[in-house]
Design a protein around this ligand. Structure first.
Ligand SMILES: C[S@@+](CC[C@H](N)C(=O)[O-])C[C@H]1O[C@@H](n2cnc3c(N)ncnc32)[C@H](O)[C@@H]1O
Length: 168
């Protein structure tokens, strides 16, 4: 969470939120003046997220039902689009990244944290993982440019990108 460098009042689009392990932490980081859109295509997962939000009395999260490759996020609103443990689940990552890019603010970033493409004691089979090079190629096709990578996690790579045409 610290590496995401979030500020109070910021807006986060969390793509593939699942039942909200990270969502609650993101909501806390941006505070009551900020907002989190928690996007997932599975209605049952969003129900579990909703119950978690009610229990925790969190009011700055909107669960969003993704429509296929469309995360249905409002354009130009997200300071951060976060994808954790999810990119390798997307059937058309480049198409989804293009939509995600449209949801970013001028200085917005996309952070994907996903399984490293090497043998690890836990995690999905190697054939299901997306190598960093492929993610960066997909991101490039979506108009994103590589900002940084962090390798402080034991089994995951943290990759940050911004919008290419707003580089200056
Ligand atoms: C392994 S879970 C990760 C959940 C959460 N990010 C975490 O790390 O705890 C992957 C999630 O991605 C979601 N997902 C799959 N395809 C998606 C898509 N096209 N758009 C958004 N989410 C998707 C799945 O429904 C699932 O909840």
């Amino acid at each position: 969470m610290a590496a995401l460098d979030l500020r109070r009042g910021q807006v986060v689009g969390e793509i593939g939120s699942g039942p909200g392990y990270f969502t609650l932490r993101l909501a806390r980081a941006v505070g009551p003046s900020g907002h989190v859109y928690a996007v997932d295509p599975e209605p049952g997962v969003l129900e579990a997220l909703r119950a978690r939000l009610v229990r925790a009395r969190v009011r700055n999260v909107t669960p969003v039902l993704a429509l296929g490759r469309d995360p249905v996020l409002p354009p130009g609103t997200c300071d951060l689009a976060l994808i954790v443990n999810a990119y390798h689940h997307f059937d058309d990552g480049p198409a989804l990244l293009r939509r995600v890019t449209r949801a970013l603010t001028a200085s917005g970033r996309v952070v994907s944290i996903d399984w490293d493409d090497r043998e690890t004691p836990v995690g999905p089979p190697l054939g299901r993982r997306v190598p960093l090079e492929r993610f960066l190629r997909d991101a490039g096709r979506a108009g994103l440019w590589r900002v940084s990578e962090h390798r402080f996690l034991p089994h995951h790579i943290f990759s940050s990108s911004g919008e290419r045409n707003r580089r200056a």
